[in-house]
Design a protein around this ligand. Structure first.
Ligand SMILES: Cc1cc2nc3c(=O)[nH]c(=O)nc-3n(C[C@H](O)[C@H](O)[C@H](O)COP(=O)(O)O)c2cc1C
Length: 507
């Protein structure tokens, strides 16, 4: 990595972002780590225990021991975990990034909200000679995936996986799709492609198979910049939209793309590596299992697509990226959250915001400015119908900070009556990654499971909803009603002592 000045995003490439992380003192650089002993995985657990999902630093290991051999990295992890790093990635002013990670996330969200509605910007093609991802070209037998430090993350995983690759497929009906799906290494030049049932990449491939095609040429983007990776890892781009265009909209400039070696597929040029190959559309193989993001081992797939690799192009000294799925946060979420808020406000004008808390996978928080009795449950039901990951949906009033899980739980404790302010949905869409969900024996895959769900209406219940005539006021509100300046006064008098204590506490 090169220019290590402290600067904010958006960044043109992953390595520019890594330089900024290192310059801000938030990179844990390790000389070598023994993944045969699962040291990297254990380190990530320890860092999350110590600093939490929104606080743990990014990590870089220069060399990694894999299958008894030391392999040169660097292998990085958790670069999208901490909220200060997310703020950096999306371009929050450095002076607005501080120690409070909830505030950092909210700053990132504010920045992304200001860009909505997001207008896509078409990618711009650059010549092959100018594309960093083409510095080294490997073809056919020159390729052996074993030479690269792709990790086995957990001893119970079925081997090593490329788990941060973004599959690019082209479909005559829906155009280009870019999706992050794990890729189990199946041979020196063969990887599985785990696009789950209903995922846009799977829709693209199965659509082509139904139209009688036998082979799909495809490419895997590896080591993309934060926005391309976030668009590839979320549903911010709808089926018919192009992730690279939407990423360009957030970046405020076109994503530079370059033509693949073996096809006309255009891929981002500033990434670490491009894996090109062919996906047979009339053949499938078993895949997995792999430790999933709910924190439990996922099910093995009976039949999944795979890719025969023909060409790999990469930068000199490429950076490798492992996602410690189920241990730490996977990608920056403020762009997608801002976009969902914008779109959902068209349906629910009094929506304050929605949030999927990274520390409570399976929960979904929704904040509204309640206007009429019963509307909390009504709105939550709309999200429950399509959001597989939302199993426990908690609705709160506008005064509750949905980015602070503890504050939401305190509202649940004090404002929710389970007997009168809940709704259970018996058969809603769930995720296979939730080990308690109900599978369909005929289909395996990401979106194929059913789950029951509960809506928790933790808004202050109105008398018409069975609540008290006068809901008790909060102690803090009583204080601030009588002494509106109390907190400022204290800050002015003793703020310096509080700051000094914080420093001692952090040391
Ligand atoms: C690190 C990481 C790994 C992922 N692995 C998978 C996977 O193996 N299969 C899958 O269907 N989705 C996986 N996802 C979720 C998808 O990337 C996400 O649902 C995205 O919206 C898929 O793109 P699409 O909407 O174009 O289908 C993963 C996400 C991340 C961040």
């Amino acid at each position: 990595m090169s220019d290590k000045t402290k600067k904010t995003g958006p960044f043109n490439s992953l390595r520019e972002f890594m330089d900024a992380i290192e310059a801000s003192g938030r990179l844990l650089r390790i000389k070598e780590i023994d993944q045969d002993q699962y040291e990297y995985t254990a380190l990530m657990y320890k860092l999350i225990d110590e600093f939490g999902f929104l606080g743990a630093p990014a990590v870089l290991a220069e060399r990694v021991k894999i299958n008894g051999k030391w392999v040169e990295g660097p292998v990085i992890a958790n670069q999208y975990g901490a909220a200060d790093l997310e703020a950096l990635a999306v371009g929050v002013n450095l002076s607005d990034i501080g120690e409070d990670q909830v505030s950092n996330y909210k700053e990132a969200l504010k920045k992304m909200t200001a860009l909505c509605p997001i207008e896509g910007i078409k990618p711009k093609e650059i010549p092959t000679e100018a594309a960093p991802c083409k510095e080294v070209i490997l073809r056919g037998d020159e390729i052996d995936l074993e030479n690269f430090p792709f990790l086995q993350t957990n001893p119970a995983d079925n081997g090593q996986f490329i788990n941060t690759g973004n599959l690019v497929t082209i479909d005559s009906e829906n155009g280009r799709n870019v999706g992050t799906y794990r890729m189990q290494i199946k041979g020196p030049r063969k990887i599985a492609v785990n696009a789950g049932k209903g995922q846009h990449g799977e829709v693209s491939l199965s659509g082509r198979a139904k139209r009688g095609e036998k082979i799909a040429k495809a490419a895997v983007i590896y080591g993309a910049d934060p926005f391309v990776f976030a668009m590839s890892s979320s549903k911010t781009a709808r089926l018919e939209q192009d992730e690279l265009e939407i990423a360009g909209g957030y970046l405020g400039r076109p994503v530079e793309v370059v033509k693949c070696e073996d096809s006309d597929i255009l891929v981002p040029a500033n990434v670490e590596m491009i894996i090109e190959g062919e996906i047979p559309l009339d053949d499938m193989e078993p895949e997995g299992p792999f430790g999933e993001f709910f924190g439990y081992m996922g099910e093995a797939m009976a039949a999944q697509y795979y890719m025969n690799i023909k060409t790999i192009t990469h930068r000199k000294n490429p950076i490798f990226v492992n996602s410690f799925t189920g241990v730490s946060r996977g990608f920056i979420t403020s762009p997608g959250e801002a976009n969902s808020n914008y779109n959902m406000r068209k349906l629910i004008p009094n929506l304050v915001g929605i949030h999927l808390p990274s520390d409570m996978v399976g929960f979904f928080f929704l904040s509204i400015d309640k206007q009429r009795p019963g509307e909390a449950i009504e709105h939550a039901e709309k999200f429950a119908q399509f959001l597989g990951i939302a199993k426990v949906l908690v609705v709160v009033d506008k005064d509750v900070n949905i980015h602070n899980s503890l504050e939401v739980m305190r509202a649940v404790a004090a404002r929710w009556q389970p007997g009168t302010a809940s709704k259970i949905l018996k058969n809603a869409v769930g995720l296979s990654t939730d080990p308690s969900s109900m599978g369909d024996p005929d289909i395996t895959g990401y979106n194929s499971h059913l789950s029951s769900k509960i809506i928790v209406d933790a808004t202050r219940q109105w008398p018409e909803e069975g609540g008290p005539e006068n809901f008790a006021p909060m102690n803090k509100d009583c204080l601030l009603d009588s002494f509106p300046d109390a907190l400022n006064v204290v800050e002015n008098k003793w703020g310096h002592m509080i700051t000094a204590q914080r420093k001692k506490y952090n040391d």
